[in-house]
Design a protein around this ligand. Sequence first.
Ligand code: HEC
Length: 231
Amino acid sequence: MKPFIVLLLALVAVVVGASTFIGLGAYNVAADDPHWPMTYRLMETVRGRSISTRAVDIAVPPLDDGALIRAGAGNYDAMCVGCHLSPGAPNTELSLGLYPPPPTWSELGAVDPREAFWVIKHGVKMSGMPAWGKSMDDRYIWGMVALLQQFPRMTKARYYQLVSTSGGHDHGGGESMPHNPATIPGMGGMDPASDAATGSSIELIDDPMTEAASGAAGEGPKPAHDHRHEH
Ligand code: HEC
């Protein structure tokens, strides 16, 4: 009987200790207070196993389709650069302030396509990586995965060429021009219809969600980020 009582007391001590630790607010949730290396490694392992287990059966479409890559560039530039940056782009307040830090665009180029698709669609809890599947159709997510596959060979010029010929930001929730065309060199020559000439096997425009959501969503070109900060 004695070992049982010792075990029970140890369990009670752990529960009381943990409750006191939490109740006193002793754990610091601040993003500028890094995890212990051991905690970080543990979370990386949990994250890696969780994602690879869920992504293993995802069927990957052909990712070398030019129109798919360009569509991905338009969406990536509109939604992802604030955190993951792009070739030649300086750090942003988001890329510097988030913890865990968002991987940079060049690091995204090394991610397995199935895992990239899964993460983009479902997001990652407590990290700042949103679940884009809540607003984006799978085909648009594949477009961004296709773009990521190009990142290992990507130059700044090629990136902006892809963005400027992309047709802008489209995700089945209402189409629009890129949010801030003024920042993209060569936007003057943009021709959303040019994809029609490529004979893409993936139909990016005829999306049933588009009609339902456009108008209702009220999503038009967003104003540039032009308010002033005082640091
Ligand atoms: C608000 C910031 C933010 C935005 C916006 C954002 N991400 Fe992320 N993303 C993150 C963070 C932070 C992580 C790292 C999560 C982690 O460590 O678990 C991440 C992780 C990822 C990963 C997984 C990388 C890996 O090593 O497995 C991919 C792929 C990715 N993001 C793609 C995108 C794409 C594509 C977009 C745009 C549609 C996007 N992200 C927008 C913050 C962001």
